[in-house]
Design a protein around this ligand. Structure first.
Ligand code: ADP
Ligand code: ZN
Length: 609
């Protein structure tokens, strides 16, 4: 069977409303269309779904999609049906009756794409139904779930090969995931028995995300400011503990933000309700612990703010990466405070003491986690390109300067900090290397806090030597000395700073140190899309979208994404043909909503003339 090049573009436009493929998509689609198995490792938001949905529409038979997340499945199917593609899902949320009807429809060849939960693959009735119909392709979404080396191992994924073996003809098998280390990739290939798969890895970079790290004196104050500037968007605020979630959520509600919360301490019912409120934009801010994430498929998240620093970069990138899945500009903001580092350090030591590992295993785990925490802390205190730091951590080459992170958009100046460093080092030495960064900082700045006075530290010769610097400035210098290995912070409940041998070079041998510090900010956050001239129209179209979404009981982005609305504002179509030119408007959606949006645009044009 030969499928021409133009056909995949026709399908792309007709059903999805797009005119160009994204990086990696076309190669994958071509490989599938040529009959080859594929393995696609592409970051979240890259557009993996199209890689099997487009072939699905071009193949004569049915495409099955194995997907682990029930909520995600439902939304995907909604979106397909909205685009005029006959699709259905089979999972435990169906009643007996719905299930039988779905099987009946499958048998009659009513669907082009069928999503199925892995648990259903060994059900006799489902297998029977599948044996009756031609299956062209089997796509495995979140394919890393097949591997025990991955983070979300799902034993039912292991049944996929058995299921395939029971089909009269082996379909093309495609596996897709956003996270796969070498080991997990090997597992996917061998467990799913992929045959000489075409493999595409498009890398971890998420170009539409803006990364920034802030170090506010008051996180609460800063958070309120940040949210006030982002009222139009919806976003997640991640906190380290349930207690923090409660506090922050209360704070936001008290200040008039529509915030809700999510953590493991809530009853199932409330969690479900809160998640739904957020998904359907009834609440614009979700305050949550890291328990919130798996299974959310909200693509229009404009920002993810970390109120606390996570324990490692894997967690950070995964959580922050929930922003901007629709491919639009989105922000990942980390509110850093050294206290976060101490908390994790404490947790690492404590959790391991209580576990049933042998002492050696314990020590090993503590060391590894400590190492990861250190890398996370480097990220939070680094002056280098943040995107580069992340990609480097994941072993991917990238430019030194991305131009789209807070470090790249900040001008730095280089200061000579040799004398400051000497003062810090002697302060640590003279107080017997017993105190942590906070106390050292207080002594140097001449603070009169009670604890300091109770230790009589105000009589130290280094007391007040750095009183002209702000607390954050002293902390910056201490962090720098730690990151360069001149000071070490001991672990445990009462961490203390210790001076390393190498610091002698600074104290006695005239080694000079310099530090890059921010000069002034260049980055200014603009409204959605950057262009503000169409803001009124954008608001109008969003309202219209909300009305339609509410009436049809689907999330707003299933109707049109923000990117599509922005393109509409830009092009201001007056006819149906012009409407079809808008990115994200396919034939089915034109039929369904074209008229309404055209009217709204015409209405708007009248008012501005
Ligand atoms: P993934 O599964 O890789 O996380 P999705 O398949 O959900 O990503 O796609 C993310 C978003 O990108 C969706 O809103 C989708 O419609 C959009 N998208 C995918 N491919 C394209 C394309 N070629 N042009 C424009 N938008 C696209
Ligand atoms: Zn950068």
């Amino acid at each position: 069977m030969q499928i021409g090049k133009s056909e995949k573009y026709n399908v792309l436009k007709k059903y999805f409303g797009y005119t160009a493929f994204r990086r990696g998509q076309e190669e994958m689609i071509d490989a599938v269309l040529s009959g080859r198995d594929v393995l696609g490792v592409m970051p979240t938001g890259a557009g993996k779904s199209l890689c099997y949905q487009i072939p699905a529409l071009l193949f004569p038979g049915v495409t099955l999609v194995v997907s682990p997340l029930i909520s995600l499945m439902k939304d995907q199917v909604h979106a397909l049906v909205q685009s005029g593609i006959p699709a259905a899902y089979i999972n435990s949320s169906l009643t007996r009756e719905q299930y039988s009807r779905a099987l009946y429809n499958i048998g009659r060849g009513k669907y082009k794409i069928i999503y199925v939960a892995p648990e259903r693959l060994d059900s006799r009735s489902f297998i029977n139904a599948c044996q009756q119909i031609p299956i062209s392709m089997l796509a495995v979404d979140e394919a890393h779930c097949v591997s025990q080396w991955g983070q979300d191992f799902r034993p039912h994924y292991l049944e996929i090969p058995d299921f395939i073996a029971q089909l009269p003809r082996r379909p093309i098998v495609g596996a897709f995931t956003a996270t796969a280390t070498g080991r997990v990739k090997e597992d996917i290939k061998s467990i799913l028995k992929l045959r000489d798969p075409f493999t595409a890895t498009t890398g971890f970079d998420r170009p539409n995300l803006y990364f920034s790290v802030l170090r506010p004196t008051s996180k609460k104050q800063k958070l309120l400011e940040l949210l006030a500037q982002r009222k139009e968007k919806s976003g997640i605020v991640y906190c380290a503990t349930r207690k923090n979630v409660e506090e922050v959520c209360d704070l936001l509600n008290a200040h008039g933000f529509a915030a809700t919360r999510y953590h493991a301490g809530l009853l199932d019912e409330e969690r479900k309700q809160n998640q739904e409120d957020f998904t359907f934009d009834k609440k614009t801010v979700m305050v949550a612990t890291n328990a919130f994430g798996m299974g959310i498929d909200k693509s229009n998240i404009g920002y993810v703010i970390h109120y606390n620093m996570p324990k490692d970069l894997e967690s950070y990138y995964q959580e922050a990466g929930r922003a901007g899945r629709d491919g639009e500009k989105a922000e990942c903001i980390l509110l850093y405070s050294p206290r976060d580092v101490r908390l994790h350090d404490f947790l690492i030591h404590n959790a391991k003491e209580q576990s049933d590992l042998t002492p050696e295993q314990q020590a090993d785990a503590i060391r590894k986690e400590g190492e990861r925490l250190k890398k996370m802390t480097f990220y939070a205190t680094s002056r280098d390109c943040l995107r580069h730091s992340i990609l480097q951590y994941f072993g991917e080459a990238s430019p030194q300067n991305c131009g789209n992170c807070s470090n790249c958009s900040t001008e730095f100046e280089t200061l000579d900090i040799t004398v400051d460093a000497q003062k810090i080092l002697s302060c640590i030495l003279r107080t017997g290397q017993r105190f942590g960064a906070k106390m050292i900082c207080d002594i140097l700045r001449g603070s009169e806090n009670k604890k300091l006075l109770s230790f009589n530290l105000q009589n130290q010769s280094t007391y007040g030597l750095l009183k002209d610097l702000k607390e954050t400035q002293v902390r910056d210098r201490i962090d720098y000395l730690i990151s360069e290995g001149y000071i070490r912070a001991t672990g445990g409940e009462y961490p203390a700073l210790r001076v390393e041998q190498s610091a002698k070079e600074i104290l006695y041998n005239g080694l000079e140190l310099s530090l890059k510090v921010p000069k002034k900010k260049k980055h200014k956050i603009t409204a959605v899309g950057g262009d503000t001239s169409n803001e009124d129209l954008f608001t109008t179209l969003r309202q219209l979208r909300t009305e339609i979404a509410t009436a049809e009981k689907v999330p707003a982005y299933v109707i049109f994404s923000n990117a599509t609305l922005l393109d509409m504002c830009e092009k201001k179509p007056q006819t149906k043909a012009q409407m079809l030119e808008v990115s994200g408007v396919g034939e089915a959606k034109l039929e369904r909503y074209g008229e309404k949006f055209l009217e709204a645009i015409a209405e708007y044009e009248k008012t501005v003339l």
